[in-house]
Design a protein around this ligand. Structure first.
Ligand code: HEC
Ligand code: HEC
Length: 231
């Protein structure tokens, strides 16, 4: 129905003298053609279906791991498996808007349509591989204490209060369960240099900022070790 209307609207222009009526018609045609181009783009985006989503997913997994479990290389690549959909969407926008600085992910993210972002985020949410592991086990007990009780002396709220008792997150608060030990350390250590970097666009990173700044290096390692083993 829509396709037919679009086709009819864009054909059938025999040469005419440039009367106002003709100009009006040409303009109308152009507007309809633009609207139709938009409709086609939206349809293609919606049909970011099967093949294109699968192709894009496998591209993401080249870096984020075959089950999106993350990859602890020289630049730790975070786990996306089980991650909150809203959080993933928000972070991809943050890379594009330079709120969050990372050259690799800027290049990846700015090529994604909104429909593709939603499809990818929904796919990652469904994955549930075992954590990569590898963190020093002797740090876990103290890390659990920080996660569950916070550090009242340093005025740090319990992580569980926001990230949930199982560290699964909700909405724009990320899941931490199973997140890579080196990635969590890097992220908490560099918070003020990587997040909330666009003063014109304040965002949810400000909520986490005081927590990240108040944790000592040792405390960061402990809590990172604890969450990295959570399933
Ligand atoms: C060339 C490697 C590479 C590819 C390909 C890649 N990523 Fe990433 N991604 C990274 C790195 C590295 C980071 C960590 C950035 C940082 O340290 O802030 C990251 C971070 C992210 C984050 C933030 C996660 C968090 O916990 O905050 C999201 C979301 C993300 N990537 C989604 C994707 C999606 C979706 C794709 C596929 C369209 C993709 N990535 C492809 C390397 C990659
Ligand atoms: C007041 C609520 C709140 C508390 C308490 C809190 N967080 Fe967060 N945290 C957030 C929000 C919101 C984000 C998402 C920030 C963003 O959008 O950049 C976040 C993000 C994070 C991230 C980034 C995850 C990723 O995938 O990049 C880590 C790591 C993290 N928090 C660890 C902790 C730890 C450890 C604690 C406890 C010591 C803690 N948080 C306490 C709200 C909170």
């Amino acid at each position: 129905m829509r396709a037919t209307r679009c086709r009819n609207a864009t054909i059938g222009g025999e040469p005419e003298p440039p009367t106002m009526a003709a100009v009006g018609r040409v303009l109308r045609t152009a507007v309809v053609a633009l609207a139709c181009a938009g409709a086609v783009a939206r349809a293609e985006d919606k049909a970011a279906s099967s093949a294109s989503v699968q192709a894009k997913l496998s591209y993401c997994k080249d870096c984020h791991g075959a089950s999106a479990q993350g990859y602890p290389g020289f630049f730790p690549i975070p786990r996306l498996a089980g991650q909150q959909i809203v959080y993933v969407e928000n972070q991809l926008r943050a890379f594009i808007e330079h709120r969050r600085t990372n050259n690799v992910m800027f290049n990846v993210a700015h090529a994604l349509t909104p429909g593709m972002v939603s499809a990818l985020a929904a796919n990652f949410k469904e994955l549930n591989p075992a954590p990569v592991g590898g963190a020093p086990k002797q740090l876990v007990a103290q890390g659990r204490k920080i996660f569950e009780d916070g550090l009242p002396d340093a005025n740090i709220a319990a992580c569980a209060a926001c990230h949930g008792p199982e560290a699964t997150g909700s909405g724009d608060i990320p899941r931490l369960a199973g997140q890579l030990y080196p990635y969590v350390i890097k992220t908490l250590t560099n918070w003020g240099k990587e997040r909330g970097q666009n003063p014109a666009k304040p965002d949810t990173s400000a909520i986490m900022s005081p927590v990240a700044h108040s944790l000592s290096k040792a405390q960061i390692e402990e809590v990172a070790a604890f969450v990295s083993y959570l399933r």
